[in-house]
Design a protein around this ligand. Structure first.
Ligand code: MCA
Ligand code: AMP
Length: 481
């Protein structure tokens, strides 16, 4: 079964029911179906065919959903691009995925054929709302989502219809999501948290969705009070911001809600406890990756253990290998490997990286963790030096490479500094070229122009040398944080 056939329980069977609240308007599932059929016709008229990639550079809006569904209906591949990306980051994704077009609203920071979403929507409005007839298999690619895996080069994880379907079935069952739910979604739709969990759970369950353009801490309280969601998905930074709400407001929001889910970065145990006191609700933490969608989740019915990500989801196999490559004993730290219908088909046009990502059919996560004696899993950091800030991943090497292109920089090391709200913030240590001086303000301005805002180092410190081991490798753990 492909995803559209899965979503038809809502798109067709619940056609007259309210599906989406977006900017004060209410849309039924039938309208969502018709809008995306029209858009699919408009894309087909512009030459989009099965297997083509469609890159989408948009903030959250109803047309993002229309485009996702239209792309799937054509059997094309949806390439979701982070709206915060600048020319360099966007350019890489475009040259790697070779999309038929880049779809955006307004100007884009890349020289590439761009189709304006408003024009496409207008073209679709004049076309029949017939769904295109295309045979799409479960193993066909649905989306490419760019991520760096355990290395620094951004690669497109090939997520198939079956991958998303398996993840959707899992979270619907594991978190008891039904058509009676109301989901407030403030996550960006270009990552798998918002897209793979939020949009898929909505369309497969028939729940009512209120979509926000983005999470704004000054406005989220009013949205929650007004919409009264039963369900909320967030990253830890969002829960830090929710703690700023007045206790009476928090209590009211907590009483209306059935489940708060958190993931994408570690949820501090203390924050979970404080949230429980303030909202009267125990956050359910789960662990996922772009390449695997959701792997491990605290149970809906059992103990939601602070600091732990819980138990493997149905159909997902987990194993932990110690440093010697042997199965780790309970309580022993090792690297997590995953196998299951949720694991991606590899990386787009990168045979070597795809082969390296799997060992005997098991996907190597790069995450370190242990299994407790009662089967609960706890994450304990990562094999790579990945920084996660506000739930967005930052690969230090990418920033370091940009810094090394600057004429006054001889060496660069970027590390994550602990931060209460964002989890971590990037910080750069720089060694100047002989005779040169590094001006932090100049570095900041150049990084701001070239990199997504969340990657901007919060400090640029000039040091005489970087600590290196005997092999010359930078020892980042020796840099002050
Ligand atoms: C953040 N910014 C944005 C957005 N989000 N700009 C436009 N649209 C957005 N959606 C920019 C702001 O302009 C600002 O840039 C900076 O980020 C911080 O924003 P601020 O308003 O101060 O927000 P905050 O209160 O600190 O909260 C940030 C946030 C954001 C809303 C929590 O970090 C966020 O949406 N995170 C979610 C990331 C996510 O979905 N990750 C899932 C990846 P400036 O500093 O220049 O002013 S998928 C994944 O990891 C796996 C699979 C998993 O397990 O889910
Ligand atoms: P991404 O590459 O954006 O898909 O991010 C995936 C990474 O986010 C994982 O490999 C983990 O390191 C991290 N992650 C996701 N969920 C959690 C969690 N609940 N706790 C700690 N880390 C997490």
């Amino acid at each position: 079964m492909n995803l559209i056939q899965l979503f038809d329980v809502s798109l067709r069977l619940r056609a007259a029911q309210p599906a989406l609240e977006w900017q004060g308007e209410i849309y039924t599932f039938g309208e969502i179906d018709a809008r995306s059929n029209r858009l699919a016709q408009a894309l087909a008229a512009r030459g989009v065919r099965q297997g083509d990639r469609i890159a989408v550079y948009l903030a959250n809006r109803i047309e993002f959903i229309d485009l996702f569904l239209a792309t799937l209906k054509l059997g094309a591949i949806f390439v979701a691009v982070n709206i915060l990306y600048r020319e360099r980051e966007l350019g890489h994704i475009l040259s790697d995925s070779e999309p038929k077009a880049l779809i955006a609203a307004g100007a884009v920071p890349a020289a590439f054929p761009t189709w304006q979403i408003d024009e496409l929507t207008a073209e679709g409005a004049a076309l029949p709302a017939d769904r295109p007839v295309v045979i799409i298999d479960g193993d066909d690619a649905a989306s490419l989502i760019y991520t760096s895996g355990t290395t620094g080069v951004s690669k497109g994880a090939i997520l198939t219809h079956n991958n998303f379907a398996a993840n959707t079935a899992n979270i619907l069952t594991a978190w008891q999501i039904t058509a009676a739910d109301r989901l407030l979604l403030a996550l960006p739709l270009f990552h798998v948290h918002g897209l793979g969990n939020g949009i898929h759970a909505w369309l497969a369950s028939g729940l009512k969705l209120r979509l926000l353009e983005r999470f704004e801490s000054g406005k989220i309280g009013a949205e929650l009070l007004e919409f009264k969601p039963t369900l909320f998905f967030g990253v830890p930074t969002m829960y830090v911001r929710l703690m700023e709400l007045e206790p009476e407001i928090a209590r009211e929001i907590g009483q209306a809600a059935r489940l708060f889910v958190c993931g994408s970065a570690p949820l501090p145990a203390q924050l979970m406890q404080e949230f429980e006191e303030r909202f009267g609700s125990t956050i359910l933490e789960r662990y996922g990756m772009t390449e695997t969608l959701m792997n491990i989740s605290n149970p809906y019915a059992g103990e939601r253990r602070p600091g732990s990500v819980g138990l493997p989801l149905p159909g997902v196999s987990l194993k932990i290998l110690s440093g010697e490559g042997l199965p780790a004993a309970p309580g022993e730290t090792g690297e997590l490997y995953v196998k299951g219908p949720n694991v991606c088909a590899g990386y787009w046009r990168r045979e070597e990286a795809s082969a390296a990502a799997f060992t005997d059919g098991w996907f190597r996560t790069g995450d370190l963790g242990m299994r407790e004696a009662d089967g609960y899993y706890t994450l304990q950091g990562r094999r790579s030096d990945l920084i996660i800030s506000g739930g967005f991943n930052i690969y230090p090497r990418e920033i370091e490479e940009f810094l090394l292109e600057q004429p006054e920089v001889a060496e660069a090391a970027v590390v994550g500094m602990p931060d209460r709200a964002r989890g971590e913030l990037p910080f750069a240590y720089l060694v100047a070229q002989p005779g040169a001086t590094i001006d932090p303000a100049v570095m900041e301005a150049r990084c701001r122009a070239a990199l997504a805002s969340f990657k901007l180092p919060r400090g640029f410190l000039q040091v005489p040398a970087l600590p290196r081991n005997a092999l010359g490798k930078v020892q980042k753990h020796l840099l002050p944080r």
